[in-house]
Ligand binder design. Structure first.
Ligand code: ATP
Ligand code: MG
Length: 329
């Protein structure tokens, strides 16, 4: 039996090259080696307000982007989190074994709530729901970007705590980070990670940006005061551009250094822009083909939810039995 993989993205904005290089690209690479479930985590997105019509549209857009990237729905299950109610049900059971202190320590919670006066409880509970997404399917491997490592560690802690309280119930999952591209930084501010929900027109290259927009954003990216690439002393903006190039090209470090050492930043930016444009072009063409058939994506999602529901159901039954909650079996 193949090990099970679970990963997901929030339909909270436009998917960007960080989401692609940190996660999506690797899903496609490993999908035939594992039994994969790729989720659109809409219950996570509503931890911050989403205009309802926009959210509905984004869910389908993100599903189509998974498919355009090469996720094969005949082989992998593509599904929406809220279509399988057991995600929320298991989240409650896990909430009851999770100390609040563990959640308050999460870096993302601190970052996302720093500027807010009134903090939605969903932002605090988010990692418990993420743990439920993973543990519900007894997933062994979770391919994510580096920003999710802390949440994955928490998932492992919750699984272990549950198993020691109630007996062996959950597979304790491992993370899987890409060697390059695990943390793509904002083009406008290379000190913060590129995020869907960050403001700023020049922050992220979206997967559906037009070539002219991609070029403009990359040519305006923040670098530093040196004129040309020196690997030993490069600042975070230059390292970010080089990292993006390396992740798209698949070059090793020696090839990167041979090609880029001494190159002026203007030329570096042009080359980064061209590789991003050329790699996103076929991807965008596939996306347009996929969405031209209106029933196709909803059909894939229906089939994906139907395929994973029995797994979710059997985990919830097991958890109920172990906790002493009411079951008929
Ligand atoms: P949001 O701002 O709404 O949280 P996000 O850009 O952080 O959006 P998520 O939906 O939270 O995206 O994450 C989807 C996947 O993309 C996760 O596996 C996450 O680790 C990965 N990811 C997100 N941002 C980056 C990034 N800048 N570099 C690499 N991987 C990333
Ligand atoms: Mg995020």
């Amino acid at each position: 039996m193949k090990a099970r993989v679970l990963s997901g993205m929030q339909p909270s904005g436009n998917l960007h090259i960080g989401n692609y290089l940190g996660a999506l690209k690797n899903w496609v690479r490993i999908q035939y080696d594992y039994e994969c479930i790729f989720c659109i985590v809409d219950l996570h997105a509503v931890t911050v307000y989403q205009p309802p019509e926009q959210l509905r549209a984004k869910i389908l857009e993100i599903a189509a982007l998974y498919l355009a990237a090469g996720v094969d729905p005949k082989h992998s299950s593509v599904m929406v989190q809220s279509a399988v109610p057991a995600h929320a049900e298991l989240a409650w059971m896990l909430t009851c074994v999770t100390p609040v202190g563990w959640l308050e320590r999460m870096t993302q919670y601190k970052a996302k709530t720093a500027a807010q006066e009134s903090i939605g409880d969903g932002l605090l509970q988010y990692p418990v729901l993420m743990a439920a997404d993973i543990l519900l399917y007894q997933a062994a491997i979770v391919p994510v970007g580096e920003d999710q490592s802390q949440h994955l560690e928490l998932t492992r802690d919750i699984a272990q705590r549950f198993n020691s309280l109630y007996g062996e119930t959950f597979t304790v999952p491992s993370g899987s980070l890409p060697a390059v591209g695990a943390r793509v930084m904002g083009l406008d501010d290379p000190e913060v990670k590129m995020s869907k929900s960050a403001p700023g027109a020049g922050h992220a290259v979206a997967l559906l940006d037009e070539p002219a927009v991609i070029r403009k954003k990359i040519l305006r990216a923040t670098t530093d005061s040196s004129p040309a690439v020196e690997f030993a002393t490069a600042g975070p903006g230059v390292l970010n551009l080089l990292g993006i190039y390396q992740a798209f090209s698949g070059w090793d470090n020696a090839q990167m250094e041979g090609h880029f050492t001494g190159m002026r930043y203007g030329d570096l930016k042009k080359q980064v822009a061209e590789i991003v444009v050329s790699q996103l072009e076929p991807f965008q063409r596939r996306y347009r083909e996929i969405v031209s058939d209106p029933g196709y994506v909803t059909g894939v999602l229906r089939e994906g939810a139907a395929r994973v529901t029995p797994i979710a159901h059997s985990t919830v039954e097991l958890v109920k039995r172990h906790m002493g909650l009411y079951t008929e079996s």
